[in-house]
Design a protein around this ligand. Structure first.
Ligand SMILES: [Zn+2]
Length: 338
């Protein structure tokens, strides 16, 4: 309790609030820039149980903003969820940390979120955010949206049954996702640190039972140094499927493709019936065919110049260096197996 003294001495938290924080379970969905910043603040705040979910491993160009990772994590391709949990354990050894290396999808999101008091949105794409919105509504778990790009950021807390949901405010339009991304617009590291920090504050306000949380979308222009907030508490949409209990994303109605083109010239391949992969066995089988590395969490394989395949233990495969879905599928069939 003493290590949190500078926190509970603040009247909004108090000793009673700190007890609630210590007893809480928070799921951080995505360990990119927002997930790193928010989970670091939450671990330091003493959130008793943090589940860290991410499908990826860190790259050098992530380090300007993803504050839980270092060059050694990049070199060893330690999955972000695992590297984050290791770093947070060094920061606070008294909390429970569960890394989950997985792609969040309609088949697994309910079990990942089940039992959480709050979910932090650290996702990097709209489809996963709509999926989170559906799952949180169904499980009636509040969640804290966050976004940061270029020199701007925004955040808002959504509380199922109180005010609008994410889809009420941003109705889904098929073909979405053509907007700017961190690849095209860049992102200054301080922005996701600010937004992730505020997401963590929102989580703490929820955990201590602060009534006024939610209903306001706050946006920050870091370059101009301005903050704006919009009161959206009454903007619940009458025709919002999620608010009517029609969870289209959870039911996989908006695409749950086996192959998915990710940012940065990479194709992700998910198998319909994902079989866990024996990484040692796979690495041994691929060894005569090209450059292979196995770090215990994933196998990296270079089948040809300019192409790199990464196979995770859950059977998911990334084919980096191509945006050709058919080529990626054929490499996967050839080396990993259908
Ligand atoms: Zn809604």
């Amino acid at each position: 309790m003493e290590r949190y003294a500078r926190q509970w001495v603040f009247p909004g938290i108090g000793r009673e609030g700190q007890e609630k924080i210590l007893a809480a379970r928070v799921v951080v969905l995505g360990c990119g820039a927002l997930g790193c910043s928010s989970s670091m603040a939450l671990a330091r705040a003493g959130v008793g149980h943090l589940t860290l979910v991410d499908r990826d491993f860190p790259e050098l160009n992530n380090l300007n903003r993803q504050i839980l990772f270092d060059e050694a994590d990049v070199a060893a391709r330690i999955p972000k969820a695992v590297a984050a949990a290791r770093r947070l354990a060094q920061i606070n050894s008294s909390i429970r940390l569960d890394p989950v290396v997985a792609d969040v999808n309609p088949a697994n999101i309910l079990s990942i979120l089940s039992g959480a008091d709050v979910v932090v949105d650290g996702t990097d794409n709209l489809d996963t955010r709509y999926l989170l919105n559906d799952a949180a509504a169904k499980l009636r778990i509040p969640w804290v949206y966050g976004g940061a790009i270029a020199a701007g950021g925004m955040w808002m807390t959504f509380r199922p049954g109180r005010g609008p949901c994410f889809r009420c405010l941003f109705p889904y339009r098929p073909g979405a996702g053509v907007g700017e991304t961190c690849e095209t617009a860049g992102v200054l590291g301080g922005l996701p640190m600010a937004v992730g920090g505020m997401q963590a504050v929102e989580v703490m306000r929820l955990l201590v039972g602060e009534e006024t949380v939610g209903g306001r979308l706050v946006s920050l222009d870091g370059w101009k140094g301005t903050v704006a907030q919009v009161d959206v508490g009454r903007l619940r949409a009458r025709d919002c499927p999620t608010c009517r209990g029609e969870y289209e994303f959870l039911e996989g109605k908006h695409g749950n493709r086996a192959e998915l083109l990710l940012c940065g010239n990479t194709v992700q391949i998910l198998q319909a019936r994902a079989q866990p992969v024996q990484l040692d066995e796979l690495a041994a089988r691929l060894a005569p065919l090209g450059e292979v590395e196995n770090n215990g969490f994933l196998v990296r394989f270079v089948p040809e110049d300019g192409i790199e395949m990464v196979v995770f233990a859950d059977g998911r495969t990334l084919v980096c260096g191509t945006s050709d879905l058919a080529k990626a599928r054929s490499l996967h069939a050839q080396y990993v197996g259908a």
